[in-house]
Design a protein around this ligand. Structure first.
Ligand code: HEM
Length: 359
């Protein structure tokens, strides 16, 4: 009886204490959030749980342009459970990539690309493994170093020559610049990796076609489609939009394109084992990868990443540069002058000539 009275007496102060402690914790959390927010660039109001996802779904490029107009070149935006800092000017990009390089080197990898092959991935690697370091150093030495680039110059010149021939044949008719540059870039990479052209320049625009062109288009579209699983990682296993499945199918389609080439090359190398070629054979990147002991899966993953990283990026940059030149007559005039000065009347363009063009 006495215990019950004591409990009844203590209950109101206990409840008051719990409420006061609750208020203090909440106020401290709000203050911490404010301090945290103070260190962030400005950004739009974000709704609980969904953040700014609905705006993003209308088109990330449109929404991010609107944000840059409203909040300047550096802003923060919440997408689902993730907070993003967006840089949208050359200066902001330079600052992020150069001054704070260590933070973005932890690359954010879209869930659609995480299909179990990341252990062999260069661009979509989620961890800096031993294999990832090997891939980086292999690409740097063989493909992107001055020596590597120099050794591929004749392959690029050959493909640019085909493009100039194609443009001559098309004189007076419409040309889809993006499609043409895309095809030329696929062929340049095709020659570097497999000593093979994969796309006929004359084959025209076939975004939905099967084969390498179609697979690379699909990969680009799937990789840039906003994915709910990226905003709410808990949904990753469900793959709600089927993006992971479709990405995996598109990658398999690309792998099929060169499967026979890899098989044949392995057979040739096996047959030639022990025969001294006296270093006379021209090696392509496939030879280098096989020479490094890569499995077919490792070759497939690296190659598809090089093709998907190098083709649309180049095609859209050139299309954009040409569109800007059309808008800016002075720049177009200066470029024409310089080309006439460096190249004269020849249409057979050498890289050594273009590198002299300062404009
Ligand atoms: C105008 C054309 C291009 C643009 C705008 C572009 C843009 C980029 C960007 C922004 C990155 C990320 C850099 C980073 O996270 O530090 C990157 C990485 C990469 N790009 Fe490109 N790229 C272009 C052409 C190419 C080409 C032609 C290739 C292949 C032949 C290529 C292959 C790669 C690879 C392999 C990586 C990952 C590098 C690494 O992790 O070491 N890119 N690119």
């Amino acid at each position: 009886m006495e215990e019950t009275i004591l409990l009844l007496l203590l209950l109101p102060p206990l409840l008051a204490l719990i409420i006061v402690v609750g208020i203090i914790i909440k106020a401290a959390a709000a203050a911490a959030a404010r301090t945290h927010r103070q260190n962030l660039p400005p950004g739009p109001y974000s709704w609980p749980i969904i953040g700014n996802v609905p705006h993003m779904l209308k088109g990330p490029h449109i929404y991010l342009t609107q944000l840059a107009r409203s909040y300047g070149p550096l802003c923060s935006v919440k997408l689902g459970t993730h907070l993003f800092v967006v840089g949208s000017s050359p200066m902001a990009a330079t600052e992020i990539m150069r001054a704070h390089d260590r933070l973005p080197t932890y690359r954010w990898v879209p869930k659609a690309g995480q299909d179990g092959l990341q252990q062999y991935s260069l661009i979509w690697a989620t961890e800096c493994t031993h294999h990832w370091k090997l891939l980086r150093s292999l690409c740097r030495t063989e493909l992107f170093s001055a020596k590597g680039l120099e050794s591929q110059s004749c392959l690029r010149e050959k493909n640019v020559d085909s493009m100039v021939g194609f443009l001559k044949r098309k004189q007076g008719s419409l040309v889809n610049v993006r499609e043409m540059v895309f095809a030329v870039t696929v062929n340049i990479l095709g020659n570097i990796c497999f000593s093979k052209d994969f796309i006929e320049l004359e084959s025209g625009e076939k975004e939905t076609s099967r084969g390498l062109r179609g697979a690379l288009y699909r990969l680009m579209k799937l990789g840039t489609t906003p994915n709910i699983a990226d905003f709410y990682p808990k949904f990753e296993g469900l793959d709600p939009q089927g993006l992971k499945k479709k990405t995996s199918e598109a990658m398999d389609e690309a792998f099929d394109v060169w499967a026979d080439i890899i098989k044949e090359r392995r057979n040739i190398r096996e047959a030639q084992k022990g025969i001294d070629s006296a270093g006379g054979d021209q090696q392509d990147f496939l030879d280098t990868m096989i020479g490094c002991g890569f499995s077919d899966l490792q070759i497939n993953q690296l190659t598809v990443e090089l093709f998907s990283g190098g083709t649309h990026s180049t095609a859209s940059t050139i299309e954009w540069a040409l569109a800007e030149l059309l808008k800016n007559k002075d720049a177009m005039f200066a470029i024409r002058e310089e080309l006439v000065k460096e190249l004269g009347s020849t249409t057979c363009i050498k890289e050594s000539q273009t590198s002299k063009s300062v404009y």
